[in-house]
Design a protein around this ligand. Structure first.
Ligand code: ATP
Length: 306
């Protein structure tokens, strides 16, 4: 049977550590990022389209609202790059079934781009290695390689030079979403503004966090969660402080703004605690919706052949 299409499942990420270095002359910051892939997924379907139709994109799912379907979508850019670089089949129908919050600091767009790379590789029989796919992913954005890799990894440079982290255990998360997103560049800009006049050192991986991950010590991981963008996200969206307070009050092991926010994630001891906190957050009126998730989970992978 000839394969007509593939479905690739791609995870959201949380940053257990996001340490941001000084603003470089090129306008970017070096970061140290410890990523964990968690069980909130987009499904990316890639099919052969009709001759001459080029790349077409459609979107559905609970977080589809406002996601562009033109060439500005990162999934579209990924398809174009794969076609140009590997002479892949040029007429492709891509469908994104979105569950990852949009502009929530959980790398939703990056996940979709990763799904397209893995999907085109499988559909067009390119036989690329995971390393090659992660390399091309770097050209699309700093979070895209991790969306391919999944698991738990340390990212250096712009977050894209990845090394898998030795880690054990399963971690339970409660994910609190806000009604509207925050722009990543705007949050970095606010971070620079808040730090003006201060000496900022180069970021370093947190040994305490990595040690807790190796020991499957959820309490330790909760204690050492850190995000240098949190103050900036809270400055732009003061209500995030109230969300963080609810988590603390209900005994979360740790709570943190995810990446550039505004999604806030809480690490909890077990599923029962996750349920309690979900109910408390929903009742608090300070978040738009709440999800439960666990991690680490796999990176982008084909789950169905059509
Ligand atoms: P990151 O955590 O990598 O900083 P994010 O999760 O905060 O990213 P995304 O969900 O990737 O943010 O979306 C940021 C913006 O990118 C959206 O406002 C949207 O206009 C645009 N965008 C482009 N492609 C996509 C996509 N496939 N899914 C969602 N948004 C996309």
């Amino acid at each position: 049977m000839i394969t007509k299409g593939v479905v690739v499942r791609v995870p959201a990420k949380v940053n257990l550590q996001l340490s941001v270095g000084p603003l470089g002359a090129d306008g970017f910051h070096d970061v140290v990022s410890v990523f964990q892939a968690i069980s909130i997924f987009d499904d990316v379907t890639v099919r052969y389209g009709k001759d001459g139709t080029g790349i077409t994109l459609s979107v559905s799912g609970s977080t589809a609202h406002g996601v562009p379907t033109d060439s500005s979508n990162l999934a579209y850019k990924a398809a174009q790059l794969m076609i140009d670089r590997y002479d892949a089949f040029p007429d492709l129908e891509i469908h994104l079934k979105k569950e990852i919050p949009v502009a929530g600091g959980m790398a939703g767009g990056s996940a979709d781009a990763a799904g397209v790379i893995v999907g085109i590789d499988a559909l067009c029989d390119l036989s690329l290695s995971r390393d090659e796919m992660e390399r091309i992913a770097t050209e699309l954005g700093s979070d895209v390689p991790f969306s391919i890799a999944g698991g738990i990894a340390v990212g250096l440079g712009r977050g894209d030079q990845l090394t898998p982290a030795l880690a054990r255990g399963t971690y339970h998360w409660v994910v609190a979403m806000s009604g509207s997103g925050l722009s990543t560049p705007a949050v970095y800009k606010e971070c620079d503004r808040l730090r003006e006049g201060r000496e900022i050192s180069n970021p370093r991986t947190s040994d305490s966090l990595l040690q807790a991950l190796r020991a499957a010590d959820a309490r330790g991981v909760g204690e050492f969660l850190t995000n240098d963008l949190q103050a900036a996200a809270c400055s732009l969206r003061p209500a995030l402080r109230l969300v963080l307070d609810v988590g603390e009050e209900y005994g979360a092991l740790g709570g943190i703004v995810s990446g550039s926010g505004p999604t806030v994630v809480f690490l909890v001891e077990d599923e029962e605690r996750a349920l309690d906190l979900t109910v408390a957050l929903s009742a608090s009126g300070v978040v738009s919706s709440v999800l439960r998730a666990y991690g680490p989970v796999h990176g982008a992978r084909v789950v169905e052949t059509l």
